[in-house]
Design a protein around this ligand. Sequence first.
Ligand SMILES: Cc1ncc(COP(=O)(O)O)c(C=O)c1O
Length: 382
Amino acid sequence: MSRKISRRVQRIESSATLKMADLAKKLRRKGEDVISLGVGEPDFDTPYNIKECSKQALDDGFVHYTDSKGIPELRELLSEKLSRDNGIKKKPSEIILTPGAKFAIFLACQTLLEDGDKALLFDPSWVSYKESVKMTGAEVEWCSMNEDLRPSVEEYKDILESENISIVVLNSPCNPTGQVYSEEEVRELVEIALDNDATVLSDEIYEKIVYNRDHYSPASDYQDVVTINGFSKTYSMTGWRLGYIVADEDLINQFIKIQQHSVSCPTSFAQKGALCALNDPVSDEVVSEMVERFRDRRDLLVEGLNSFSEVECVTPEGAFYAFPDVGRDSDMVAERLLRECHVVVTPGSAFGEDSRNNIRISYARSEERIKEALERMEEIFD
Ligand SMILES: Cc1ncc(COP(=O)(O)O)c(C=O)c1O
């Protein structure tokens, strides 16, 4: 049978981490001890109080479709959280709960972009932005980062002034670099975008995972900024699939049409668990402990990496990734690390052309495993 695959889907690349994951699986099947530092999720369990709330919801028969925007009491709590934690003043009606922040980004791209449009992304950027943009028929304009892995404002301004850019995606704390941008930096980027009529999407999924840095939400000062966030990283709820998008009512009314005709609503009992994540002080304690553990692991990893003569690692200020420059082609380095050391990392090429010499290392793994991985890496780097 000759089956037609749409050009739209043919344009999309499958996940760059899949090749590594397949190789890792093969090695594991042979009984090898493979250390995975490729994953983008906390290794901690979801706090028990959140799980209990969700279990209770199931027992109470809370198993049907909910409002397509998500349950009102959760949007109410989120509206309070946004005001308290982020300084963002938005009504519950200006929030849509989505099945993951990834879907929120998809909704925004589908709504704001079409064939021939342009979206500005930083190089490097999280892998799914590019593909979400391409799925709409739009193209990506890449803007470099400086050596310190922070946006090159000059180039950014040039692109926005010379190209017709529809959306700009900001992501602080940043995946893959782990950098956190200051209020001043974010304000400058947002103002340049708004002056040039581009909509800013601010992906703040790692907002709570910061080390001695303050997170700044631009929607607190700029009403037109669209904020994206979720429960995956803060509360170790990646498999629950729960994110949210915050925007003015006009945009929300457009986003919701896609949600209604694609996934209907986010999962009912996952939303009940999220109520508890926002309501119960136990969750905050668990999050603080998790961040402390990440900080120790970061310090261990960065010190170890910088002890290799060919490797240079800027200290990440947030999220749980390090993005060292390994001084040579990272596809080759990642493959050697896997085959020879049985350590999985993600090559920088997955995140943009400029990052060919970087690898992304996730430190969402125990200190023992990070130490072991560093010892194994000596074979390649020293
Ligand atoms: C920058 C960034 N945004 C969004 C997401 C998606 O999160 P979710 O699990 O809520 O879809 C990820 C996940 O890796 C991410 O790194």
